[in-house]
Design a protein around this ligand. Structure first.
Ligand SMILES: Nc1ncnc2c1ncn2[C@@H]1O[C@H](COP(=O)(O)OP(=O)(O)OP(=O)(O)O)[C@@H](O)[C@H]1O
Ligand SMILES: [Mg+2]
Length: 482
């Protein structure tokens, strides 16, 4: 059962009880007053009528006194009679004669009894007044008044009290139900809903109840609890995500370390035999006595051995076992060197190479060989990205770097090649990530370049769109002119 209904029923019961009791007491009090009035009236009547009847009796005899009493009867609703305790059917009192023995003169006695009024037996109040001498001995004046009016009043009063009480109880119960639903039922329902949502793991909902009562306080406390839970939940989720990312990074670096060790081991083991193969193949090529077919085969062996040596070198670079020796390097010079290395191969594929540099010298503190390798890896990628030719531009610059304070040197390698879709951009720096065919790329170029640049305190940005060329920007800390 709903709380407001319970309140309503309890209130209705209390109202019924209190008002009902009040009405009953009221009616009883009124009835007592009513009876007091009747007794007083009857006593007064007896006091007035008694001496007169006694007087008439003495002067004109009993019959005359009786007709005097009958005359008094005609006007009033009261029934007045002359009675004797030992009289016959018509003259004996309505009550037991025994009770009248205590009656004295002057004085009266009041008793409840039943009389016949208008042919109907009704309850009545009988008052007895002893007649003074010279009336007959033991003669009494009986004044009986039916309690009809009193009973009718009781009925009316009780009916009206009952109607008022029931109406009031219904009205209060209805009002309590409506107010209870508005001020208690609905807010409590919302509280329950919110609690269920919190239990289900949804901490984002709020009640924002504007009620200034206990329910409002409870809603406020629940809202604040929900807010704290949401914060704790978010913090926990963030923390878990960070932990997961940290674990992933750790695993990644562990993998890289393992790959690095493996790579350097393999490179060391293969490097010397490959060099031997290459130099012996060269000896065969240069030997004048061997046939041209053998020379051709030896040439192929030498080429492939050189390719393998290059791969081994890249593996060694990746593992970075070579010590770096740094000096001030003019970036424009480094760019020119890299460009020169590619003028030959670029020519064959109709690629134009251009170096742009600022008027002032841009210097960085770097290992010249490593810097050349970075450039060479970037330029190789750019050339490979333009199989149908295009313009390759190496630009040297300096100045500020967006979002990072400091004085920076900038070296950008721009091509008009195939570009990189977002997926490739995301993984381009990962070791062994390549989109090239087997034998064409090891996927180490960018990872080696980034490793070197980061060791020099810089970084590499990729700006590229699928099919619209790429620009790889190398940022290195600039050496301030002395
Ligand atoms: N200038 C570029 N234009 C388009 N894609 C590029 C460019 N530079 C790099 N990429 C993409 O990034 C990938 C990784 O490059 P990365 O230099 O590390 O390896 P690779 O060139 O595939 O092999 P490797 O350099 O070891 O011979 C390339 O396979 C290519 O998909
Ligand atoms: Mg490459």
């Amino acid at each position: 059962m709903r709380l407001s209904f319970r309140f309503a029923i309890a209130l209705a019961a209390v109202i019924l009880l209190v008002l009902g009791a009040n009405a009953l007491f009221g009616v009883r009090r009124d009835l007592a007053m009513f009876e007091d009035d009747m007794v007083r009236d009857a006593a007064t009547m007896g006091r007035v009528l008694g001496p007169l009847v006694a007087e008439t009796w003495a002067r004109e005899g009993e019959d005359r006194a009786r007709s005097f009493v009958s005359a008094a009867n005609e006007r009033e609703t009261v029934q007045v009679r002359l009675v004797y305790p030992g009289g016959d059917e018509t003259t004996k009192p309505l009550i037991d004669a025994q009770e009248l023995s205590s009656l004295q003169t002057p004085g009266n006695l009041v008793r409840r009894t039943r009389i016949v009024d208008d042919g109907v037996e009704v309850e009545a109040l009988a008052t007895y007044v002893a007649l003074p001498a010279p009336a007959g001995p033991g003669a009494l004046l009986e004044i009986a008044e039916p309690l009809r009016g009193e009973q009718a009043y009781t009925r009316r009063a009780l009916l009206s009290a009952a109607t008022t009480t029931i109406l009031l109880a219904l009205l209060c119960a209805g009002a309590t139900t409506v107010l209870g639903v508005i001020f208690v039922g609905q807010p409590v329902r919302r509280l329950v809903d919110l609690t269920r949502r919190i239990g289900g793991g949804d901490f984002s909902s709020r009640l924002d109840l504007r009620q200034r009562d206990e329910i409002g306080e409870l809603a406020g406390a629940l809202d604040s609890m929900s807010g704290k839970l949401e914060k704790a939940h978010n913090d926990l989720a963030k923390e878990s995500a960070e932990k997961l990312a940290a674990v992933e990074t750790l695993r990644h670096s562990e993998r890289l370390a393992t790959v690095g060790k493996l790579a350097s081991g393999v490179a060391h083991e293969l490097g010397t035999p490959l060099q031997l193969v290459s130099s012996h193949a060269r000896l065969v090529v240069e030997e004048p006595t061997v046939s041209s077919e053998v020379k051709e085969s030896a040439e192929i062996i030498r080429e492939q051995a050189d390719r393998m040596t290059a791969i081994v070198r890249q593996l060694l670079d990746f593992a970075r076992r070579r010590p770096s020796s740094r000096e001030a390097v003019d970036l424009a010079d480094a760019a020119q060197r890299a460009a020169r290395m590619f003028v030959g191969p670029a020519d064959r594929t109709s690629i134009g190479v251009r170096v742009t540099k600022p008027a002032e010298t841009v210097e960085v503190e770097a290992d010249p060989e490593q810097l050349l390798q970075v450039l060479s890896n970037l330029v190789t990628n750019a050339v490979q990205a333009m199989p149908k030719g295009g313009q390759l531009e190496i630009e040297v610059g300096g100045g500020s770097r967006p979002g990072v304070p400091g004085d920076w040197a900038r070296l950008s390698v721009r091509d008009e090649g195939v570009g990189m879709p977002p997926e490739v951009r995301r993984h381009a720096f990962e070791p062994f990530f390549t989109t090239k065919d087997v034998g064409k790329g090891t996927g180490l170029g960018l990872s080696v370049a980034l490793g070197i640049v980061e060791e020099h305190g810089g970084s590499i940005d990729i700006r590229s769109e699928d099919g619209r060329g790429s620009e790889l920007v190398v940022w290195l800390p600039k050496v301030r002119p002395a």
